[in-house]
Design a protein around this ligand. Sequence first.
Ligand SMILES: Nc1ncnc2c1ncn2[C@@H]1O[C@H](COP(=O)(O)OP(=O)(O)OP(=O)(O)O)[C@@H](O)[C@H]1O
Length: 543
Amino acid sequence: MISKIVSEYKWKLVFAAVLSALSAGVSLWLISMINGSLAGAGMDDFVLTFLVAIVLLFTLGFFSQWLLARLGTSLVFRIRSLLVERVLGTSYEQLEKIGGHRVHATITTDVNSLSEALAIIPVFVVNLTTILLCFSYLAYLSPIMFTVLFLSLGSGVSLTAYIMYRGARVFTALRESEDGMFSIFKGMVDGSKELSLNEARRSFFLKQLVRPRLEEVKSLESNALTYWVLTQSWASTILFFCLGLLVYFAFAVYEIEIAVLTGFVLFTTYMVGPLNFVMRSFQFLFKGRVAYKKVQSLSLVENQLVDRVTDKSDVSGWGKISVRGLMYRYEESGDLSFSIGPVDFEVSEGEVVFIRGGNGSGKSTFAKALVGLYSHCSGSIHLGDIEVSEKNIQLYRNHFSTIFSDFYLFEHILNSKGELVSKVDVWSHVERLGMADKVDIVDGKLSTIDLSQGQRKRLAMLLACAEDAPIYLFDEWAADQDPIFRSYFYRELLPAFKADGKTVIVISHDDKYFDVADRMYNFELGKAYQEELAINELELSSQ
Ligand SMILES: Nc1ncnc2c1ncn2[C@@H]1O[C@H](COP(=O)(O)OP(=O)(O)OP(=O)(O)O)[C@@H](O)[C@H]1O
């Protein structure tokens, strides 16, 4: 991802670096001009040349800084966009493994660190070049004095490098700890009801979870900052130490012309700025490196088709979905890892299929695998005669509209082509779902989603109906409905969907309505059993 961004911004980065280098070059020119005057060079053209240099310094300095500021904001925009595209392109399975809080932390924290590091690179290179130019000039001025400067500065910089290395390790630990902090913040927002209500839990949460974690972050942060402040102060100190050494050397050890010594003093003093910048940059570069590793560790996938839309109503005539020997295991350490399968399952076009089973028996896990959310399954899924594979998985997924028990209700209502619906097209669904007096649809958007859980589920069904996919999958949808609407769902809505040619897969604990099913599967400990006889039994019970 970074190489892609760097190649996109290559010329802008180079241009900013060239402008900054020219600006630094003009500064050096000014200093050598002043040094020349101090050494007794003529003053004939001094004023004019000096003024030209000053104007150049301002113009180049302004444009290089302005360009870099714009570059910084463009980089944040580009990295953020790319990262969002990658999150959207990455499978649900992978995101579930990563954890929402880590993705969120990366989008907010790592993007800034990465763009800061990238934006600083041109100025870093320029300052480093300035230091090298100063060195070359000083080496030319007096090789012996330069050797003294180089050796003293070199040993100081080696010590700085060691301090920075230690500091970088703290930054990695700090970033890991921040992930934990974001997870706690997520719990605080998601669990605000429970925390507001329950004093003991709130106190435990604050004392045992929040404070220790914040303390840890604070201590790591101040540790890291100590290293950087140490580096900064050391960089300035070492230069002045070198200056003193040079003066001592020039007078007491080795007789040096005063003009040469002035040159050394001027240039070494000038180097304080660039050297400080280079030292300060390491903090951002190290942070950027940690952020880069963090982004890489998420294994987000580049997906060129992330904004493609296929008309869902075009995916008809599929006949039958046949699942054979499907197995899936959650990645977890130890013996506690749950797995489903081998599962054999079938659903034909126009059927209403029920899935039942105890809590934790694997119904939702199977449903996610069935609709193509879990790709690392063994066994096979056939859509008609076609085997579902990596190549056609999105086409397969387009057959489904789902409402899982942990669904997210989006505000915008889209049709099968992914366009915003008009109110007249979907209002009959709103009425059918008993929501006409609760919401309106304005420009394809729900007027409100601040509703009860049962009502939000009805709106989720409205969104599913608007999408017009051939297969609906409802995971314990009726669990939050009142008895009247629950009965309406099983007795009226499901048959109506079937009459409209839809295929419906329903995960349900409502044994009172199992007679609605054309086919029924029972899950136990991750295994599925088709129940032919149970329907007859339930028909009796419902009479
Ligand atoms: N994200 C996950 N990571 C790891 N394991 C999981 C995850 N989600 C579920 N499991 C495991 O899978 C098991 C089955 O969960 P699943 O949600 O499929 O059950 P279910 O039959 O739908 O239950 P319920 O009727 O309570 O909704 C759980 O007991 C748990 O061990």
